[in-house]
Design a protein around this ligand. Structure first.
Ligand SMILES: [Cu+2]
Length: 341
């Protein structure tokens, strides 16, 4: 196949613009690990639609870790505050001249042009803030917790390897448990995968009945019964909250006839002996902690700019790529008699 140079140029340009556009939309201001800057740009004092600012606070939403410090720098010509709480937003302020509602968690007081104010966040959560002098100015700080790169049990011990192995109190049944992904996070699907064994022979026990119970922060959040049909089973779960977790298998007993002879097949007098417990920690997911409030930012410009980017770069870029692919493969088709496509 031969591609003429103008086509290559178009292809490269399209790719460049696509990549450039994608990069652009994910650009985030990030400094040192523990210190962050938010700039109050020139024009933030002005609530009108032709104000030169793109955002009242730049960036308007900042995601940090617990213990990090945020410094707000005033580059505007008027004094501003950084006040925890909910501002009325530009339209709320315009409509009813309402002022915001401070929560009292942090309050910078007025600081003037060229000055800055810092606050260290030692609590996790979503904190909105505003300027008490110019209440249309709003921003958000999202404080997550640091997620380790390995899983923990509920006592804070590192889980070194999977599967975790547990035994019933009577020693008759071994239960091996693993979960994917290994680090449990909120708002992300987890698969618990487990198998039952006869520890005396190390053979897989099929058709074992069990109840699976998930207890998080002392509260039962999931209960289901099942059968390890071919010696194993699994359940999926999505955690909504972070915190300590107990994964408990109860009432494990033979659920049917099997080809495998084992003491585990015998009737059980005391099912309370047939429990296996594991623990784990669920972490707050910093990637899926989205603000539940939408900020009204200064100008419609932002959206417009995005639309223009899409219209003039992404769509033609995509079309150019499609066209080139069509030209490349479209032309080749008739010449290839035995295509493996
Ligand atoms: Cu202000």
């Amino acid at each position: 196949m031969r591609i003429t140079s103008p086509k290559i140029t178009i292809l490269i340009l399209s790719m460049y613009f696509l990549v450039f556009t994608i990069d652009y939309s994910f650009t985030e201001e990030q400094n040192d690990l523990n210190s962050w800057e938010v700039v109050i740009p020139f024009g933030a004092y002005d609530p009108s639609f032709d104000t030169p600012v793109e955002n009242w606070y730049e960036p308007p939403v900042i995601s940090i870790q617990k213990g990090d410090t945020v410094t707000w720098i005033n580059n505007d010509k008027e004094g501003h505050t950084v006040t925890s709480g909910k501002g009325p937003g530009r339209f709320g302020w315009m409509g009813g001249k309402k002022l915001g509602e401070p929560t009292g968690y942090f309050e910078s007081g007025r600081f003037m042009e060229g000055n800055s104010w810092s606050f260290t966040f030692n609590e996790t959560g979503l904190f909105s803030y505003f300027c008490i002098i110019h209440p249309w100015m709003e921003g958000i700080v999202i404080v997550g917790v640091s997620i380790p790169d390995y899983p923990h049990d509920a006592s804070g011990n590192k889980i070194e390897k999977f599967p975790l192995i547990g035994y019933t109190a009577d020693g008759i049944i071994e239960l091996d448990l693993t979960w994917e992904p290994h680090i449990l996070k909120t708002n992300e699907k987890v698969s618990f995968i487990y198998q039952t064994y006869d520890p005396s022979t190390n053979s897989n026990l099929d058709k074992m009945k069990y109840d699976l119970i998930l207890i998080q922060n002392g509260e039962e959040i999931f209960r289901d019964d099942g059968l390890t049909a071919i010696g194993g089973d699994y359940r999926n779960y999505i955690f909504e909250e972070p915190g300590s977790l107990e994964i408990r298998f109860e009432n494990i007993e033979s659920g049917g006839i099997s080809g495998i002879e084992s003491p585990a097949r015998a009737p059980v007098d005391d099912l309370s002996l047939r429990t296996v417990k594991f623990t784990a920690m669920v972490y707050e997911n910093p990637d899926k902690l989205t603000p539940d409030e939408i900020l009204v930012q200064p100008a419609k410009r932002l959206e417009l700019k995005y639309e223009i980017l899409v219209a003039i770069i992404v769509i033609p870029g995509g079309l150019a790529v499609a066209a080139i692919l069509l030209m490349m493969y479209g032309k080749e088709k008739p010449t290839k008699s035995s295509s493996a496509i």
